[in-house]
Unconditional design. Structure first.
Length: 399
């Protein structure tokens, strides 16, 4: 029998300082202090699958990094991965390459809406969702999620009202959802799909976390809800979160509708961003072709981290509220029993507990008193961070 733990040693600390890591090397800038333990930005403290570095090193050994083309085999690897992991059949011509999901969201907003149009989001949600709407002169329309004892659900009544408003042209869906860790069920997505069909609102589905789903849950590709595919959808996918290769700046925009695809392609052309990083496609293809066993082992490790965190909080910090994530490696912590003011909470986390988490307020007004922790790190690091929070809270006078 193969021993996964030895094949993939996620407990091994891999120092990242000095590698230009935003998470580890920008602490002074981000938190105003170098002595915080960083569990914030959404990348992992684990090595990518060996196949990724092998493929990149092999290409890097050739000393010319000039203009490159993207091989057909890259597209093929995405098609095979989507079919194998998500049961979704993509046609090659639907795939557009892009330098990342956030820029792809902006491109799609340019292409499928006009300045002044409303774009619906479901906060608390990934902060660039707000920025990509506001910065492009569209209007943020909030359909806040409802928390039921810490587990978040979609407010369908409110969603229908927002979709029915003619000025609201797009729904920007986060699936699985960052930061609340929900893997939307097929039934929930089907309801969203039906409402969007009814009011003719296109859906931009950010599915960057689609592979990071825990036992008992299944990711449903939004576009797959149509027959045979939802033409009113644009799907964003990447190997970046799954295989920890965000620095390769490589992602996919999957657009089944020819007209919509043409509109997005026009923006790619206009902005002259059709060329991709020479290593992006190589690393992505290697990950999709040879990274599956690594991913299966990673998911077991991440889920154990999620259990460790929830158990620690429920037994040792019961006033901090947490719900076990169904997917992603991001967990939403509710500190409102101690702090109602986000600035106070951040100050406490950074200066007293000496941990660097994401401030909840950045995910929308609903995040006041919350923080997001990234559990994609060695379990020993996670436990060190939790112990720091526990010790600091023990000395903190409850308000
Ligand atoms: C929901 C979501 N979308 C997009 C991104 C970032 O995508 P990219 O780095 O490809 O722009 C993240 C990163 O955390 C994310 O959580």
């Amino acid at each position: 029998m193969t021993n996964r733990k030895i094949l993939f040693d996620f407990d091994k600390i891999i120092p990242r300082q000095g590698t230009g890591s935003r998470k580890w090397d920008a602490l002074e800038n981000v938190f105003g202090s170098n002595d915080v333990l960083p569990l914030w930005i959404a990348d992992m403290d684990f090595s990518s699958p060996k196949a990724v570095s092998t493929a990149i090193i092999e290409r890097a050994n050739h000393p010319i990094y000039a203009y490159n083309t993207q091989e057909k085999s890259i597209y093929q690897s995405v098609i095979e991965w989507a079919k194998k992991r998500h049961g979704w059949e993509i046609e090659e011509e639907w795939i557009l390459l892009a330098p990342g999901v956030v820029p792809s969201i902006s491109l799609s907003i340019f292409a499928l809406s006009e300045p002044g149009d409303g774009i619906i989001i479901q906060p608390p949600v990934y902060p660039p969702f707000f920025a990509s709407i506001k910065d492009n002169d569209r209007k943020v329309i909030e359909n806040p999620l409802l928390s039921k004892n810490g587990r978040y659900e979609i407010d369908f009544e409110d969603l229908e009202q927002k979709l029915a408003e003619p000025n609201n042209k797009l729904l920007l869906l986060c699936s699985p959802h960052n930061p609340v860790g929900r893997v939307w069920s097929r039934e929930e997505l089907k309801k969203v799909y039906e409402l969007c069909q009814k009011y003719e609102v296109d859906v931009l589905a950010d599915e960057i976390h689609n592979d990071l789903v825990f036992q008992g849950h299944k990711h449903t590709v939004f576009a797959s809800l149509g027959t045979p595919v939802c033409k009113q959808s644009v799907t964003f996918m990447a190997a970046s979160k799954t295989f920890n290769v965000a620095g390769l700046n490589f992602s996919f925009i999957i657009v089944p509708c020819k007209r919509r695809r043409g509109l997005i392609q026009n923006w790619i052309t206009k902005l002259h961003i059709s060329r991709n990083n020479v290593f992006g496609g190589i690393g992505t293809e290697a990950a999709y072709r040879d990274g599956e066993a690594w991913l299966d082992a990673l998911l077991i490790y991440l889920e154990k981290n999620a259990d460790t965190l929830v158990d620690f909080i429920q037994t040792r910090l019961p006033e901090v509220k947490v719900s076990k994530p169904e997917g992603t490696y991001l967990v939403w912590l509710d500190f409102r029993a101690y702090f109602t003011n986000d600035k106070e909470l951040q100050k406490f986390l950074v200066q007293t507990a000496k941990v660097g988490l994401n401030a909840g307020r950045n995910f929308g007004t609903q995040g006041e008193g919350f923080a997001r922790i990234n559990i994609a790190t060695q379990r020993s690091v996670l436990l060190e961070a939790l112990t720091r929070i526990e010790n600091a809270l023990l000395n903190y006078k409850k308000i």
